[in-house]
Design a protein around this ligand. Structure first.
Ligand code: UDP
Length: 163
């Protein structure tokens, strides 16, 4: 894989289509509720602080990104969401939510960085409604559901099959 070197912007950009994880905990939403539209959240990439949720104003006073870059982060995140939803939909997988990171290359251009994988996405199997069986991502590990590698291999199998 050929990639360009970037300076990472210390913001985790999360896109959500369905309520899960910290969104349910924070807002009391029911797990699995389909959101009326995709939403974008920003988290400060800072392990000492536990990667807190931040607002655009926090981003400004911390000087993490310019207002123009923040607009770009949101725009790119939603466009990527559209592509990924279609991509995973062909694999009969629901893209619940995912995390992106962006960086700035030597030409000053902001580009997508880091990985997109079942470690950074929530993917639910469209072939079952069982809340334990449908999980094909890192939540199998986080929630102690077991069969992590079988789940990841199933995601790979469906991607290979559909491409
Ligand atoms: N996520 C990630 N890395 C992180 C935090 C979250 O890849 O450090 C992904 C996570 O896999 C999920 C989405 O971002 O797909 C939203 O995560 P959430 O805020 O619900 O946090 P979690 O429940 O994972 O703690």
């Amino acid at each position: 894989m050929l990639v360009r070197a970037v300076t990472i912007i210390p913001i985790e950009v999360v896109v959500r289509n369905i309520a899960a994880g910290s969104l349910c905990k924070r807002l009391g939403l029911e797990l699995g509720m389909v959101l009326p539209r995709p939403i974008v959240e920003f988290y400060y990439k800072n392990d000492d602080l536990g990667d807190p949720l931040i607002t655009t104003e926090h981003i400004e006073i911390l000087n993490l990104a310019s207002p123009h870059q923040v607009e770009g982060l949101k725009h790119h995140a939603l466009v990527i969401n559209g592509h990924l939803q279609q991509f995973f939909g062909q694999c009969r997988l629901n893209l619940v939510d995912f995390k992106l990171e962006f960086g700035v290359d030597n030409d000053g251009q902001m580009i997508l960085a880091d990985e997109i994988s079942p470690d950074t996405c929530r993917l639910w199997d469209q072939n079952t409604d069982d809340p334990r069986d449908r999980v094909l991502d890192k939540d199998r590990f986080r929630q102690n559901l077991g069969q992590e590698s079988a789940a990841y291999q199933e995601v790979l199998r469906r991607i290979v099959e559909s491409t």
